[in-house]
Design a protein around this ligand. Sequence first.
Ligand SMILES: [Zn+2]
Ligand SMILES: [Zn+2]
Length: 113
Amino acid sequence: MAEVAPARLCKKCRGAMSYAELPGLGRVWQCGSCVLALETEDGKVHIWHKPKAPRQRQTYAEEKKKSRKACPECHKPMWEVVMPDFGSRWQCEDCRLTVFATGGVQKWKKQVD
Ligand SMILES: [Zn+2]
Ligand SMILES: [Zn+2]
């Protein structure tokens, strides 16, 4: 007799779950309400890996500190500027240049003659 897959209720919120066939996982149920909960046929509940609560008040503050990296031109220690998403770069304010982690050097402004 043909059996319709029984509806599953989310263990977290008791909401109805829908299922899908996923390669490697087989049939999995997913809660439409929490979206994060995923249940496989063996009854295991998996939680999607998701970034934690959005950091809405994230300021794009750069952290600036003296580094031991020497300026390629004047050989004085440069400032290390750390940006949350871009990593470090180094600056020499005397020579007005930026050194990137890739090793590239960029002058801040071309000198106007
Ligand atoms: Zn749920
Ligand atoms: Zn310099």
